[in-house]
Write a protein that binds this ligand. Structure first.
Ligand SMILES: Nc1ncnc2c1ncn2[C@@H]1O[C@H](COP(=O)(O)OP(=O)(O)O)[C@@H](O)[C@H]1O
Ligand SMILES: [Mg+2]
Length: 337
């Protein structure tokens, strides 16, 4: 049997914001693998670097700032060729983006054009990547809208984003992301802005599309219920680093990093059980203490100032990776969790 290879292999990803003569490290050595048909959830409190990680991979970091990105993000295409998303030319990246790797955002209006009918916006991507003519591209756009279960899809083709509800807009964005059948989909809190019922529908839709296409997903979410129900693996981010990675069941049963333990402890017992069993909405709560200032990180573990189990070494030396196999944590504390 041939060994399953990751679709996307991210290694030691660093994103620094250049300011004057200095560089502020905001993503600090993130590594993970995405496999076909699987979802990796990326969780962590606000400001931990989840969106920057996604935007770095997509090469969509804000243009009004200067960035320095290092590391590797190797995308394997259908022919087994690899493309490093960080170093391919801008032109090559335009061919990959929307085609092999696509992203959906929390707020659809940030990437929908308000003055263009949604059908044209979806068709644009197929024309660009598949070289289809107008009418063939329009037919594809219609299929994409039907695939995301938009009622009266034919009529919607000619409507503008403002004519659609929030849930519909999110469906349009998913249709746009999916129309070229990307191998990797990055979803950055795609349902946070929606009400709970619509959230559940959109998540179901995404799961179904994933089953149909076999794409892999990086799912950024604040919702541990979503993690439990929709992901196979979890990476927990803190202060720009992944501090724990595990299978979903492992993480819920035996969180090993004190930060993850804190996150799960914030969930009331019943809510936690519910999250595991039903995937119902259970928002991530912030643990006590302040998020670290990224410009003033010490030499030790960035979580040490908030950690209840902190030792002397935690403030003086960077933590090592501990744990075995698929469950690992960035922590000085030895022994079972
Ligand atoms: N365009 C930007 N310019 C300057 N700093 C930014 C920019 N985008 C994000 N940051 C900073 O980078 C850190 C991580 O942000 P982000 O990745 O958006 O966090 P998350 O998505 O986990 O909430 C935060 O401290 C944030 O203030
Ligand atoms: Mg974010």
């Amino acid at each position: 049997m041939s060994q399953v290879q990751p679709r996307l292999q991210v290694r030691d990803l660093h994103t620094r914001l250049l300011q004057g003569t200095g560089a502020l490290p905001l993503v600090r050595g993130v590594s993970f693998d995405l496999y076909d048909g699987q979802t990796l959830a990326l969780v962590g409190e606000s400001g931990s670097g989840k969106s920057l990680t996604a935007l770095t991979l997509m090469r969509l970091l804000a243009r009004n700032a200067r960035w320095q990105c290092t590391g590797q993000a190797l995308l394997r295409d259908g022919a087994g060729q690899t493309h490093d998303l960080l170093t391919v030319s801008a032109e090559h990246m335009r061919q990959l983006r929307g085609n092999r790797v696509a992203m959906i955002f929390q707020e659809p209006m940030t990437c929908l054009n308000p003055v263009l009918p949604v059908g044209e916006q979806i068709a644009e991507s197929v024309r660009l990547h598949r070289g289809l003519d107008r009418s063939a591209a329009r037919a594809q756009a219609l299929r994409a809208l039907e695939q995301v279960e938009i009622p009266a899809a034919r009529q919607r083709l000619d409507e503008y984003p403002h004519q659609l509800s929030g849930g519909m807009r999110q469906r349009v964005m998913i249709a746009m992301a999916m129309v070229c059948e990307p191998q990797v989909l990055i979803a950055d809190e795609p349902t946070t802005a929606l009400d709970v019922t619509i959230q559940a529908q959109i998540l179901q839709l995404m799961s179904r599309l994933q089953q149909q296409t076999g794409m892999s997903m990086l799912f950024i979410t604040h919702n541990l219920g979503v993690v439990a129900h929709h992901a196979e693996r979890v990476a927990v981010m803190y202060a720009g680093q992944v501090v724990e990675q595990a299978g979903v069941a492992q993480l819920f049963a035996q969180p090993a990093h004190p930060y993850t333990q804190g996150l799960l402890a914030c969930l009331p017992g019943r809510a936690r059980q519910l999250a595991k069993q039903t995937g119902r909405a259970v928002p991530l709560q912030d643990i006590s203490g302040q998020a670290p200032a990224m410009h003033a990180l010490g030499p030790g573990c960035s979580f040490a100032p908030r950690c209840r189990a902190s030792l002397a070494v935690c403030t003086t030396a960077p933590p090592p990776w501990l744990g075995e196999g698929t469950h690992r944590r960035l922590c000085h504390l030895e022994g079972p969790p």
